[in-house]
Design a protein around this ligand. Structure first.
Ligand code: IPM
Ligand code: MG
Length: 349
């Protein structure tokens, strides 16, 4: 088989440190599988040097890859929103990565802010719509800067967009390694148009997936259940904005942003995997940040490429590491960033 071409965007802040550990783990588990790593110089440094965020020719180069591993982008020297919109969101949209897949899993030995949760209580996957909703950028200003300013930000929900994300979620929920339950999280009592479309699509598609039980929870109530009874969730499908918010809460019931991994998936194209925690500027260069989220992103990447044995080894390595770590939080792990990477490598047999 020809080598898999994996794009590497190390990015800003602690991104390069955690990607370095993920690549160390990749080296340990790759076996005979060949990976050709293609480095991309994208992020704050490039922007500050040249003014480029994600030029179109780079986007085309990304499209040619088999998968992408991204560290994180964002930098205090760059105006908030520039790299987020013109690099991260441009890549997600440009590559039509319409699924943002965010597993919320509690690994062995991990302490969380909810001491009453046991290890078996937290095992869900959030399927966040990743190509439209409030992120579509629809809206504008009128009379900007005046007393009569109007700022409109519209949520775009297309039948096509809603149907493909709900279908993806149903297909995930019916897999033998899931519990066959799909919960729509929305706010249908207030967002009567978008919520109605989502609910109708869930109801219609459920006829095609009789083995999957469906449920509905308002997004605010979902926050309560994440803390109170997370085991009621198996697969969640939700829109872009709600998915963004509840997956930060999801990360906290896993043990912290340092272990939460996600994938921006285009099932028919190239997918991009990332730790969801961001660049942690205050921790940069200290070796204090947890690399497990980036390593978990690598596990997802390998699974997406069909490298199941290598992915399983990474998963075992992560579990071996969490059992030895004091905390998942930056600076409280009891190990340095590179030592955590070494624990995963040791455990990845
Ligand atoms: C995330 C982040 C991004 C998002 C930001 C950085 C644009 O919060 O991946 O969850 O809102 O999707
Ligand atoms: Mg977010």
């Amino acid at each position: 088989m020809t080598d898999r071409r994996v794009g590497v965007i190390r990015g800003d802040g602690t991104g390069p440190e955690v990607v370095g550990e993920a690549l160390k783990v990749l080296d340990a588990v790759r076996g005979d599988a060949g990976f050709d790593l293609v480095e991309f110089d994208l992020g704050a440094e490039r922007y500050l040097r040249t003014g480029d965020t994600l030029p179109d020719d780079e986007l085309e180069r990304l499209r040619e890859l088999d998968a992408i591993l991204l560290g994180a982008v964002g930098d205090p020297r760059v105006k908030p929103g520039v790299l987020e919109r013109d690099l991260l969101l441009k890549a997600r949209f440009g590559l039509d990565q319409y699924v943002n897949l965010r597993p919320v899993v509690r690994y062995p030995g991990v302490q969380t802010l909810v001491p009453s949760h046991g290890e078996g209580d937290v095992d869900m996957v959030v399927v966040r719509e990743n190509s439209e909703g409030l992120y579509a950028g629809a809206g504008g200003f009128q009379r900007k800067g005046t007393e009569h300013e109007v700022a409109v930000q519209e949520s775009i929900n297309t039948r096509h967009g809603v149907e493909r994300i709900v279908r993806y979620a149903f297909e995930l929920a019916r897999r033998s390694d899931r519990r066959h339950k799909l919960t729509l999280v929305h706010k249908t009592n207030v967002l009567a148009f978008a919520g109605d479309l989502y609910q109708r699509v869930v109801d219609e598609l459920s006829a095609e997936f009789p083995e999957v039980e469906t449920d509905y929870v308002h997004v605010d109530a979902a926050c309560i259940y994440f803390l109170d009874s997370p085991s009621r969730f198996d697969v969640i499908v939700t829109d872009n904005m709600f998915g963004d918010i509840i997956t930060d809460l999801g990360a906290m019931i896993q043990g912290g942003m340092g272990i939460a991994a996600g994938g921006n998936i285009n099932p028919d194209g190239v997918s991009m995997f990332e730790p969801i925690g961001g660049t942690a500027p205050s921790e940069t260069g200290k070796g204090t940040i947890n690399p497990l989220a980036a390593i978990g992103a690598l596990e997802m990447l390998l699974r997406q490429l069909g490298e199941t044995d290598a992915a399983d080894r990474v998963g075992r390595g992560i579990r071996a590491a969490t059992q030895q770590m004091k905390s998942m939080r930056a600076g409280e792990m009891g190990f340095s960033t590179t030592e955590v990477g070494d624990l995963v490598v040791e455990g990845a047999e």
